[in-house]
Design a protein around this ligand. Sequence first.
Ligand code: HAS
Length: 553
Amino acid sequence: MKTAAQSLLKKVPAKDAKLVMAHMYVAFAALAIGATMGLLQVLERTGSFQLPSWLGYYQVLTVHGVILGLVLTTFFIIGFMFAAQSVTTGGYSNKERTAGWIGFIMMLVGTIAAAIMILLNEATVLYTFYVPLQAHAVFYIGLALVIAGSWFAVWVIVLRHFRFRKENPGVRTPLLSYMATVNSLMWQIATIGVAYSTIVHIIPWSLGLTETVDVLLTRTLFWYFGHPLVYFWLLPAYMMWYAILPKIIGGKIFSDSLARLAFALFLIFSIPVGFHHQLTEPGIDPFWKYLQVVLTMVVVVPSLMTAFTLFATFEQRGRELGAKGLFGWLKKMPWNDARFLAPFVGMLFFIPGGAGGIVNTSHQLNQVVHNTLWVTGHFHLTVATAVMLTFFGITYWLVPSLTGRVLTPVMNRMGILQTILWGTGMLIMSGAMHWQGLLGGPRRSAYSEYAGNADTLAWGPYQIAQAIGGSILFLGMIVMIIIFINLAFFAPKGETEFPVAEDHPNAAPTPAIFENWKLWIGITAALILFAYTIPIIDIIQNAPPGAKGFKLW
Ligand code: HAS
């Protein structure tokens, strides 16, 4: 029988839990496939390992990028946001949940369609699917289905948030629901670019209905989506750092207002910055590139606010436990708890990851690093470590709380081992990538392509280091999959709470302005129009003759 304390534990309602778990199964299957492809890549690049003749390097790279960058992330994030909102708002209605399932099925069908095309070597176009590389139309249709399916999910989240407001007038909305709503709105606004480009330009071209395609326009629309995409990955990790981690260390939320402000700033500034991925591209006036570089520097601010909040949260908790001095809290943290260690190591990695991002965006410095392995190193620190280790940390309590099981001490130790393997592997692999990038090592290149090149010898040691790091990461993936399977199917039955932190008693009330969505969406729209209207008109007007036949529909 449940004790009174157990029945008060915060849990996701059973029907919502099923929906969340469905997303998790796909996410972890994607992790297993994607990380195996990663291992093949680092091995191929040493020059001592050859891929079988039926498997191309760029095919492997496409699976790796699509399945980890687009599939794993989207499924995990939507599942996690559903769980976080469901637990804090009281769950979804039948209609909302059905819409969630429709979205899930669309995304799954789209993923399978795209995956089949990649496996058939009909869609070796990498995760950015830049034209004029052309894939089979089914690949693009699959991606379009994934995006359309995700719209169902994000609208469930937005509408659930508004239903909470309507049903609880005068009550502050739950922080996790607010954060999930910001991320959903950002996703909705950002994906319009890539959906339009795919459906209106690329699919007709891949079907042979149009002869040409506008390279610069489609790339620009991709990056209009591509940078908010990286924040779509980051914000769920921030949801955990702001609103869940304090509970895991026994503390309180440092400031609800500061957390909401950081998220509102992400909504406003995440989108009009895509040109920082196109700084070396001709056809875009330098003024607009400069403007978007400045806006990128602005979007660094909410991350600095997050770093400040995290230090404050740790210090506050440390002092409660008797810590002294600036870093005394380090001695008071629950280092032997995998639910804490994994996201904390993720944060540590985010410090050099974020600094690298600032280097990337610093216009002239971008000339040094663009299209080199440095960039690959950068995103393995950010998305593949800061974000992924946080997702792993979430898994340790989310999955057992959904499946009615518990994390045993043995699995907790496996989680600690996982974190150490992931951290060590990434340190070696990403460190070597950054270094080789500074020496000019190109990004996205197979050994077979530059074998014999004078640089091959100089790069050898770095490639070997990457292979060592990548192999350790592969072991880390295996350990993570074992933990996931255990928590989903085999761990002992029991009650696990979904940890949600509470406000600090001294926290000031949260200003109502954060719920003024017209204001935030209005500023977002104005900034996007300002940063993109003239350059896009320029791109269309000055398109090369073949692409001149541009029509809106
Ligand atoms: Fe980036 C390229 C600029 C953040 C992902 N980025 C990429 C690509 C990916 C990616 C995937 O401007 C490759 C795209 C492609 O395929 O071509 N990035 C930035 C900037 C930031 C940034 C300015 N990126 C991210 C995040 C990502 C991500 C986050 C994924 C999740 N990035 C660029 C640029 C390029 C780029 C250029 C294009 C390069 C090129 O030429 O192609 C910023 O948002 C970073 C701000 C972050 C911080 C760090 C805050 C630190 C915190 C942790 C605190 C730690 C604690 C623990 C409390 C300022 C919050 C302390 C404990 C102790 C004991 C000390």
